[in-house]
Design a protein around this ligand. Structure first.
Ligand SMILES: Cc1cc2nc3c(=O)[nH]c(=O)nc-3n(C[C@H](O)[C@H](O)[C@H](O)COP(=O)(O)O)c2cc1C
Length: 328
C-alpha cells in the first residue's frame, strides 16, 4: 500500500538532517500562533489521527509545517485490523473509504517509537481506542490502560469513540456510557504531575439528541470535542460505493462534518475547545471550519490528494484572509 511506503520512507528520512532541512524549507510558512486548551500551537492546522498509527514518523510529519499532529489511534494490545482490502480511494470525489479497524502495533510499541523522536517541534495529541476483542463493558479499563502507557508522551489525548470500523464503538457516545468511559481517564490525569487536556472525537452521524448529550458532558467534565470522524453515509458519492463498508472521508464529508461542527459550537458556546476534521482540502475549507467555531482544524484525505504543500497553502490562504485566533 502506498501509505505504508510513505510512512516507511518518512521513518528513515526523518533521521537524515539534510532531507528534513530541505522539506522544512519547502513547506515553511509564516506562523499563526494560537493557544488552545492551554497548549501553544504555531498554527491551527494539524494532521488528523490514523495517518501515523504507530507514532513512527512524527518528526518527518512535523516538518511538513503542521501546527500539531494527532498520532494513533493506539490500542492497548497490538492488533492486525480488518482483512484487506480495507482502503478504497474514491478518486472522482477526492474521497477515501476505509475500514482499517485500528490496525496498530499496540501502546507499548507506539510509546517506544515516540519516545525516540521526542522532543518534537510541535505538540502531539495521542488518539486512544479500544481493542476489537474488548467488550463494551470492559472498554473503560482498556482505554485507561492505553492512556497510562501513552500519557508521558502526549500533549493532549483524543478519545476515539467514533470509528465506524470497531463493532459497537459508536454506542459509547451515549450519555452514561461516555461518562463512565471518560471519568477514569480524567481522574488519572488529575492525579498526574502534569494534567493534560482531553478531546473526544465524535461521529458525524449523530442525531441532535446524541450530539446535545455529548456537548453537555464536554462542558460539564471539561473536555474538548473533535468534530468529526468519518461517515457511514453514502449519499454524497456514487451509488456503487454503497456496498463498500467503512468510513467515508474527504470532499463528500465536508458539508456533513461542518453541520455537526456548527451545531456543536452553538451548544458549547466557547466553553470547551473544538477541533474541526472532515473535508479540509484547501484554505477555503479550513477557514470555513474556523469560522464555524473550530479552534484548530485537521487534515487527512486532503493530504493524500493534494500532497505535502497543503499546510503551507492553507496557512497562506489564512494570512491572505487576515484570519487570526479570536476572529470569526
Ligand atoms: C485511512 C484512514 C484511517 C483513519 N484512521 C483513523 C484513526 O485511527 N483514528 C481516528 O480518530 N480517525 C481516523 N481516521 C479519520 C481521520 O482522522 C479524519 O477524522 C477523517 O478522515 C476526516 O478528515 P478528512 O476528510 O480530512 O480525511 C482515518 C481516516 C482515514 C482515511
Amino acid at each position: 500500500m502506498i501509505h505504508d511506503a510513505v510512512i516507511k520512507t518518512a521513518r528513515t528520512a526523518q533521521h537524515i538532517g539534510p532531507v528534513t532541512a530541505v522539506v522544512k524549507f519547502l513547506t515553511r510558512a509564516k506562523d499563526i500562533p494560537v493557544t488552545v486548551a492551554g497548549i501553544k500551537f504555531r498554527n491551527p492546522v494539524g494532521l488528523a489521527a490514523g495517518f501515523d498509527k504507530n507514532c513512527e514518523a512524527a518528526r518527518f510529519l512535523a516538518g511538513l509545517g503542521f501546527g500539531f499532529l494527532e498520532l494513533g489511534t493506539v490500542t492497548l494490545r497490538p492488533q492486525p485490523g480488518n482483512p484487506k482490502p480495507r482502503l478504497f480511494r474514491v478518486r472522482e470525489n477526492k474521497a477515501i473509504i476505509n475500514r482499517m479497524g485500528f490496525n496498530n502495533a499496540g501502546a507499548w510499541e507506539a510509546a517506544r517509537s515516540l519516545e525516540k523522536l521526542l522532543p518534537l517541534p510541535v505538540p502531539v495529541g495521542i488518539s486512544v481506542g479500544k481493542n476489537a476483542d474488548c467488550s463494551l463493558e470492559d472498554a473503560p479499563k482498556n482505554y485507561l490502560e492505553t492512556l497510562k502507557v501513552m500519557y508521558p508522551f502526549g500533549d493532549y489525548f483524543a478519545v476515539n469513540i467514533s470509528s465506524p470500523n470497531t463493532l459497537q464503538l459508536r454506542s459509547l457516545h451515549g450519555g452514561d456510557k461516555l461518562r463512565r468511559l471518560v471519568e477514569p481517564m480524567l481522574d488519572f490525569a488529575s492525579g498526574q504531575k502534569q494534567k493534560k487536556p482531553f478531546f473526544i472525537k465524535i461521529a458525524p452521524d449523530l442525531d441532535d439528541k446524541e450530539l446535545e448529550g455529548a456537548a453537555a458532558l464536554a462542558v460539564e467534565m471539561g473536555f474538548g470535542l473533535i468534530a468529526t470522524n468519518t461517515t457511514v453515509r453514502r449519499e454524497a458519492v456514487h451509488e456503487r460505493w454503497r456496498a463498500h463498508e467503512g468510513g467515508l472521508s474527504g470532499g463528500p464529508l465536508r458539508a456533513l462534518s461542518n453541520e455537526i461542527l456548527g451545531k456543536t459550537a452553538a451548544l458549547v458556546k466557547g466553553r470547551v475547545p473544538l477541533i474541526g476534521s472532515g473535508g479540509v482540502s484547501d484554505g477555503a475549507s479550513a477557514l470555513e471550519k474556523l469560522k464555524l467555531g473550530a479552534d484548530l482544524v485537521q487534515v487527512y484525505s486532503g493530504l493524500v490528494y493534494e500532497g505535502p504543500f497543503l499546510v503551507k497553502e492553507i496557512l497562506e490562504y489564512l494570512h491572505k484572509h487576515r484570519w487570526h485566533p479570536g476572529h470569526r
